[in-house]
Design a protein. Structure first.
Length: 404
C-alpha cells in the first residue's frame, strides 16, 4: 500500500495490494551509472520526478525484499515529496505511517561522531590523541590507536558483532536469546578484544562497531555523562528533534511506526521490539525521516560544527576505498554528483539512510523494513536515491555492499 504526497499536497489513494505485499534495507556505498551527469546538469538540478520516485519506491518493496518503506525528499528544508510503500502492520493491513519512527542503526554513528568533534572543538582532547590517553587500559595497543582512527574505522579493531556470542546468525537462537539479551559497553569491548586486531592501526580499513562503543565511552569519560545524554543535549534538544531518541534498554519503538518482520518457514514473526544495548553508540538510535533531514541539513550547513572540524569530518580515509568513509559519515556518488550521509542496518530488517548534497540543499531520508532475505533492498534503494537526487529515472545503478 502506498500513499505518496506530491509537491502540490495531493495524495494518491492507497492501492489494494496489502495481502499480496504482506505475503510476499538501506545501506549503501556507491551509486554509479554508465555516464555520470547524463541525468542532469549537476547535483539535484533535475527537479523531483514524482512518478519515477513512485516506481523506485515500489521497487524497494517488490524487488528489494522489504515489507515496507518510507521516504522523504526535501529542498531547503521543505518537503517536496514523500511516500510510503508496503504494509506497516501485517495483522491489520495498515500502511506504514509516513511520519513514523524507526531504528536508524549505524546512522547513530553520525550523531556520536558529531558530539566527539564538538568536544574536540572545545579543546577537551584532539583527534590524534590516543585511546590509551583517554581510556587507560581499555584496549590492548590503545597507545597506537587515535580518536580519528576510531571514527574512520582504521583502528584495525575486531568487530564484536563478528563474534557469534553477540552477532547470533541462527534466527531461532536469536529470537529465543539474542533478541532480549542486555549488554554493557564493557562487555561488548571484552568480546571484541578477545580477538586479535585485523591490522596495525592506520594501515587499513575495517568497519567495526567496536570503534563507536569506544567513542561513546570517551564521551562519557570526558564529560561525565553517558553519550546518550550528550547527544540529546547537543543535538536532539538543540535542533528540536521530537521523534529522535537514543534508548538504553527500552525494547519498544514509542510512537507511530511500521512493524518489522522476519520471514520464517512457519510464517512472519514480528521483530519490531528488540534490546538495543548490543548496538550502543554504534547504532541504538531511533528517529524519523523529518528529524534525520533536520539533523543532516544542520550538520552540512555548519550549524553543529565549525568549518575546520566539518572539513575533518568530510575528509575520506584513503583506506576506505569504495566505502568513501570520513568521520562517522560517508560520501556517495550518484549519477549527477556526490552526496554525504550515512546508512544503517541492524542485520535483521531495520534499514535506514540519510544523504544530502554537500550544501545541504536537497536531503533524502528513508527507512526500509527488510522482510524477504534477498539483498534487503540495497540495489533498489540505490536506484531510489539516484532518482531522488537526479530528478529523473536513472540508468541502472551498480550494486554495492552495505557498510552499516
Amino acid at each position: 500500500m502506498r500513499a505518496a504526497e506530491r509537491r502540490d499536497g495531493s495524495r494518491r489513494a492507497p492501492g489494494a495490494r496489502v495481502v499480496a505485499l504482506a505475503l510476499a534495507g538501506a545501506g549503501l556505498v556507491g551509486v554509479t551509472a554508465p555516464t555520470a551527469g547524463a541525468l542532469g546538469t549537476g547535483p539535484h538540478r533535475g527537479g523531483v520526478d514524482a512518478r519515477a520516485l513512485d516506481e523506485a519506491l515500489e521497487g524497494v518493496v517488490e524487488t528489494g525484499g522489504a515489507s515496507s518503506s518510507l521516504v522523504r525528499v526535501t529542498e531547503y528544508g521543505r518537503t517536496v515529496w514523500k511516500g510510503t510503500e508496503g504494509v506497516g502492520d501485517f495483522s491489520t493491513g495498515a500502511e506504514p505511517p509516513a511520519n513514523g519512527r524507526f531504528r536508524i542503526a549505524s546512522v547513530t554513528k553520525t550523531f556520536v561522531a558529531t558530539v566527539v568533534l564538538q568536544l574536540v572543538g572545545e579543546g577537551r582532547f584532539g583527534l590524534d590523541d590516543t585511546v590509551e590517553s583517554l581510556l587507560p587500559g581499555a584496549v590492548p595497543g590503545g597507545g597506537a590507536i587515535t580518536v580519528r582512527q576510531l571514527l574512520n574505522h582504521t583502528s584495525g579493531l575486531f568487530d564484536y558483532l563478528d563474534d557469534p556470542a553477540v552477532g547470533i546468525r541462527d534466527d531461532a537462537t536469536w529470537l529465543r536469546e539474542g533478541r532480549w539479551r542486555s549488554w554493557t559497553p564493557q562487555q561488548l569491548l571484552a568480546v571484541a578484544t578477545s580477538h586479535p586486531p585485523h591490522f596495525e592501526p592506520g594501515t587499513g580499513f575495517f568497519y567495526a562497531n567496536t570503534n563507536y562503543v569506544l567513542a561513546g565511552m570517551i564521551v562519557e569519560r570526558v564529560t561525565g555523562h553517558d553519550w546518550r545524554r550528550e547527544v540529546e543535549r547537543r543535538i536532539i534538544d538543540r535542533l528540536g528533534l521530537t521523534g529522535t531518541s537514543m534508548p538504553l534498554h527500552a525494547t519498544a519503538i514509542r510512537g507511530p511506526h511500521a512493524h518489522t518482520y522476519l520471514d520464517l518457514p512457519g510464517g512472519p514473526v514480528d521483530i519490531t521490539e528488540m534490546e538495543p544495548s548490543e548496538m550502543d553508540a554504534a547504532g541504538a538510535g531511533i528517529s524519523t525521516t523529518a528529524d534525520l533531514d533536520t539533523f543532516l541539513r544542520a550538520l552540512l550547513g555548519g550549524r553543529l560544527l565549525p568549518a575546520p572540524l566539518l572539513t575533518e569530518m568530510l575528509t575520506v580515509a584513503p583506506a576506505s576505498g569504495i566505502g568513501q568513509y570520513g568521520l562517522g559519515i560517508g560520501r556517495l556518488t550518484t549519477p549527477c554528483g556526490e552526496v554525504w550521509g550515512n546508512n544503517g542496518a541492524t542485520g535483521r530488517g531495520h534499514n535506514s539512510a540519510v544523504y544530502g548534497t554537500p550544501d545541504g540543499r536537497r536531503v533524502v531520508a528513508l527507512s526500509t523494513n527488510g522482510y524477504r532475505k534477498t539483498d534487503f533492498g540495497w540495489s533498489s534503494t540505490q536506484k531510489l536515491l539516484a532518482t531522488a537526487f537526479c530528478g529523473r529515472r536513472p540508468a541502472t545503478a551498480a550494486a554495492a555492499a552495505p557498510t552499516g
